[in-house]
Design a protein around this ligand. Structure first.
Ligand SMILES: C[S@@+](CC[C@H](N)C(=O)[O-])C[C@H]1O[C@@H](n2cnc3c(N)ncnc32)[C@H](O)[C@@H]1O
Length: 199
């Protein structure tokens, strides 16, 4: 199953149904902002789509969305919600070149082991068109570790994360820090990164 951390994959296999049974939010302001910067019908790749909640909103707004997830069980759950095929795509197997206007990766690249993050960001860079927009969110911290479910997290600091999005590959990289939650019910500091692929 590609490079997915074994314990993390075990969690998403075991919890797929419960995870996807969480109530669907009526609104997602961060997603609204991301979509507002895109032309109508833009081609969007969603990585780590989980149960497909965000893809559902993007599809409802008329975008050309490709939902994907590295866990076959999560992808099957997303298929049920979306009523369309969802590709099983571990991040390190993303292969496209200049295809997408945007990539949406909410709360999923946080599971990539630190030494492998730059290589995945490079794959995302290559998959985007020049000027393409990339959003990802991470749980903030100082050192990699696991949560109480044994899921792996890279827990970056703001500065460490920003340094992964250096020019000349990326421009206008911005990090918005906000307090939020997660499936573990813990109060969490989140880092929301938006960057643009340079020409
Ligand atoms: C915390 S969930 C977030 C799901 C969704 N993006 C959301 O916001 O509800 C993380 C997702 O990343 C997926 N994932 C974890 N490691 C992955 C990897 N290496 N490649 C692709 N997907 C992965 C998991 O299967 C899971 O669906």
């Amino acid at each position: 199953m590609g490079s997915i951390d074994a314990e993390t994959l075990k969690f998403y296999t075991r919890e797929a149904e419960a995870y996807c049974a969480q109530p669907l939010p009526a609104k997602n302001e961060r997603l609204d902002l991301f979509l507002a910067a895109l032309p109508a019908g833009a081609k969007i790749l969603e990585l780590g789509c989980g149960g497909g909640r965000d893809s559902r909103m993007m599809l409802a707004r008329g975008f050309d969305v490709t939902p994907t997830d590295g866990s076959p069980d999560m992808a099957r759950q997303a298929e049920k919600l979306l009523g369309r095929p969802v590709a099983v795509l571990p991040f390190d197997q993303l292969d496209g070149n200049g295809i997408y206007d945007a990539v949406w990766a909410n709360a999923c690249l946080l599971h990539i082991p630190r030494p492998k993050l730059s290589a995945v960001l490079w794959r995302i860079h290559r998959a985007l068109k020049a000027g393409g927009i990339f959003y990802a969110s991470f749980k903030a911290g100082k050192a990699e570790g696991r949560d109480r479910f044994q899921r792996y997290y890279n827990y970056p600091s703001r500065d460490w994360l920003l340094s992964r999005y250096a020019p000349p590959g990326w421009m206008s990289a911005q990090i918005d820090e906000a307090c939020g939650g997660g499936y573990d019910g813990e109060k969490t500091d989140w880092l929301h990164v938006t960057a643009i692929r340079t020409a």
